[in-house]
Design a protein. Structure first.
Length: 99
């Protein structure tokens, strides 16, 4: 008797045009309880001490852990292609314009 191989189902995902444009974020905050992780994505402009949240994502702890694994894999692939990413506490100040 021959075993049948099960082909994985292809997942189709629709991306609306307005969502596909994306939202720039340079700050993120996380919080959680026993059943959910909440990630708020926002933006803060240089020189200001207040930002604004533009998107909130709520997911299960299991999905949050999968997201972490996916991001780790993506960062590793990025660094293999473009070089190591380094954190900087303060952005470098470069002279710009007229002196």
């Amino acid at each position: 008797m021959k075993k049948q191989q099960v082909q994985p189902k292809q997942l189709k995902v629709k991306l609306d045009e307005n969502i596909g444009e994306g939202i720039y974020s340079n700050i993120a905050f996380t919080t959680f309880n026993n059943s959910e992780f909440i990630i708020d994505f926002g933006r803060i402009l240089p020189g200001l001490n207040q930002g604004k949240i533009y998107s909130r994502i709520v997911m299960t702890p299991q999905h949050a852990k999968r997201l972490v694994a996916t991001l780790e894999r993506s960062v590793k692939n990025f660094e293999e292609k473009f070089g190591e990413l380094k954190f900087s506490e303060q952005p470098e100040r470069k002279e710009f314009g007229f002196k």
